[in-house]
Design a binder for this molecule. Structure first.
Ligand SMILES: [Ca+2]
Length: 254
């Protein structure tokens, strides 16, 4: 018989820490495929090809190949109750031929629905176009369901795309980022500018930063990451004419 020397026995023989990172969407850019996501219906994972991702190499594509708009994507996220969060994602439309609308239904559910929105985007007939959408909510429990579902009314020769989903505590800044204030001079001969549209140009993509009214000649772009960024401002007047100017900004690391 083997006598165990009790005093030599460890009190704890196995110790595992299971940390579920709080307030984060995991694999929000789909670089690990569908890891951490549940999917069903007409949704496919695509690599960079004729679709352009807004971040990394992979993206989610809804209703590709003229499928019915049935795709759904869900993830459970741990959060701190009472905290205000910012949900951001890049919703896009892909078409080589039309300017049709694609719609993404966005829900965040805790004990109650915290966000229930339709994110709309129009294709530009020249490939993929994205717009970054931002929604704030206050967590009402410690685990939330995120749901993204295809709500498009048309799917012929147009697809809905989604990339770069991220969650952060609202108002909390990434310390490496800077705010960029970007100003331009209006042409004094042209008083009829209705609004300016500001875009960031990332390779061949235009990602909308915001619109400002025609009387405003500047925009503040918050939380810009270090490195080179190219922005474009388009002035649109009553006659529907538009003019485009581009500028490169080099944000220095802090
Ligand atoms: Ca991606």
């Amino acid at each position: 018989m083997v006598h165990l020397q009790r005093a030599a026995m460890p009190l704890i023989i196995a110790f595992a820490a299971s940390l579920s990172p709080s307030g984060q969407v995991l694999n929000g850019s789909f670089e690990e495929g569908w890891a951490h996501w549940a999917t069903n219906g007409g949704i496919t994972l695509r690599e960079e090809s004729f679709y352009t991702p807004s971040h990394g190499t992979n993206l989610a594509v809804f209703n590709a190949g003229q499928k019915t708009p049935s795709g759904r994507l869900t993830q459970k996220v741990s959060v701190r109750p009472g905290e205000t969060y910012l949900l951001q994602f890049d919703v896009g439309a892909f078409s080589m031929v039309n300017h049709d609308e694609q719609r993404l239904l966005v829900e965040v559910r805790g004990k109650a629905p915290l966000i229930r929105e339709v994110a709309s985007i129009y294709a530009h007939g020249k490939g993929t176009i994205y717009e970054t959408k931002r929604f704030n909510f206050v967590a009402d429990t410690n685990q939330l369901d995120l749901l993204f579902a295809d709500g498009s009314l048309m799917t012929l020769n147009v697809d809905l795309v989604l990339d770069n989903i991220r969650l952060s505590i609202a108002g909390e800044k990434d310390p490496s980022t800077s705010d960029v204030i970007f100003a331009w001079d209006a042409n004094p001969e042209k008083q009829d500018v209705l609004y300016y549209q500001v875009y960031e140009i990332v390779s061949d993509l235009r990602i909308k930063v915001g619109n400002v009214p025609g009387k405003t000649n500047h925009i503040k772009i918050p939380n810009v990451t270090p490195g080179k960024h190219v922005y474009a401002v388009t002035a649109v007047n009553l006659e529907g004419e538009s003019e485009d100017r581009q500028i490169e900004v080099n944000v220095k690391p802090k």
